[in-house]
Design a protein around this ligand. Structure first.
Ligand SMILES: [Zn+2]
Length: 363
């Protein structure tokens, strides 16, 4: 192993030879360093203050006679710098070798796949329903979820204290006792206020499909949620009849559930339509043979609908909705119920719990 020789003569040739020998030894020992423990040994051997090769090199300078000091000093400084550099680069080499073994880039490994989001099953159902009506020339309308009593009830022919208000357990915004009743804010209980808001904005004829969230004060269980989704429709023009309503909804149900689906209309009551009907479709689960979903009847109640009550037009008469001249129909359905049926799910809560294990089935 290399050790620092004592210099016998100080000629340039002898100095160069001694320096070359040291450099060759440095290079060779440095190349053998392959781990941290090697490196420490290497560093100490060459750079330790006590007895390290750098320290021994200083002896060359001390021993050199006056005239040779300058030549020796230049070579000693150069060698010291080379030693420092060799120790440092040996350390870098083992550090980067270690990174390559553990955290480095291996382009042969498969990439990290980041899962893409997907449409929520309820939103997907809403979009399907909306697209069926868009294909029939309907435009999409939306409105606020925080609504006034006027738009949610009064404009839709529920006067204050009308018994039909009891049918809807409304969530009111607190602290509005001093406001007139028609201005009081509430969470809309249906998407129907958008009908009136749209008729205030647009002159007839209108054909609108209105998707959105609605809220009722229902305790959550397998078939109820205090927040759910409706898709509502409104068509107003001259000479719109109940036949148009039946034809439109029959076509829409066939477009949604398949051409073999049949529809049936049953008289009903809503304050804002007259006459009103419930629409039943032949059970899409059992093909009308009778099952648990249709309670063995073969039919499922899916929509409410009716001809727009002339009293609803009264509020927007000034915008061209003279009930003597125009007529229209409206309908509404619960998108969540349709999604439950479509995907064979028996608990509406699953839609809103945000459990990825449930939701990823729809991705
Ligand atoms: Zn059935």
């Amino acid at each position: 192993m290399y050790s620092v020789p004592k210099l016998g003569d100080y000629s340039a040739a002898s100095l160069d030879q001694a320096a070359n020998e040291l450099r060759a030894a440095l290079e060779q020992e440095s190349s053998l360093v392959s781990n941290d423990s090697d490196w420490k040994t290497f560093r100490d051997r060459w750079m330790a203050r006590k007895g390290g090769i750098t320290t021994q090199l200083s002896d060359w300078l001390k021993a050199a006679p006056g005239p040779a000091k300058r030549e020796v000093g230049m070579r000693v400084n150069d060698l010291k710098a080379r030693i420092e550099q060799a120790v440092e680069s040996a350390q870098q080499r083992i550090t980067s070798a270690r990174a390559g073994a553990t955290g480095g880039l291996d382009i042969s490994l498969p990439g990290i796949r980041r899962p893409l989001g997907a449409e929520h099953p309820v939103i997907r159902t809403v979009n399907e329903i909306v697209s069926v009506f868009k294909a029939m020339g309907y435009s999409v309308a939306e409105g606020p979820e925080i609504e006034t009593d006027y738009y949610n009830f009064e404009s839709l022919n529920f006067p204050p204290n009308h018994p039909a208000r009891d049918m809807q357990d409304t969530i009111f915004i607190a602290g509005q006792e001093s406001s007139p009743q028609r201005d009081r804010l509430l969470l809309r209980t249906h998407t129907s206020p958008v009908q009136v808001r749209s008729m205030e904005r647009l002159k007839p004829p209108v054909r609108l499909v209105i998707p959105g969230k609605v809220h009722r004060n229902d305790a959550p269980d397998a078939s109820h949620s205090p927040m759910f989704h409706q898709v509502e429709g409104l068509a107003v023009d001259t000479n719109i009849t109940f036949r148009d309503l039946k034809g439109t909804l029959d076509h829409a149900m066939k477009a949604l559930f398949g051409s073999s689906v049949q529809t049936r209309f049953r008289p009903s009551f809503f304050p804002f339509t007259e006459p009103s009907a419930e629409v039943l479709v032949s059970c899409i689960i059992c093909g009308a043979k009778g099952c648990r979903t249709c309670k063995q009847s073969g039919w499922i109640e899916l929509l409410g609908c009716g001809m727009v009550d002339p009293n609803v037009f009264e509020g927007v008469r000034d915008n061209g909705y003279d009930p003597g001249k125009v007529s229209g129909f409206a309908f509404g359905m619960g998108a969540d119920r349709i999604a439950l049926m479509k995907y064979g799910i028996d608990d509406i809560q699953l839609f809103f719990q945000g459990d990825v294990r449930f939701l990823e089935q729809f991705a």
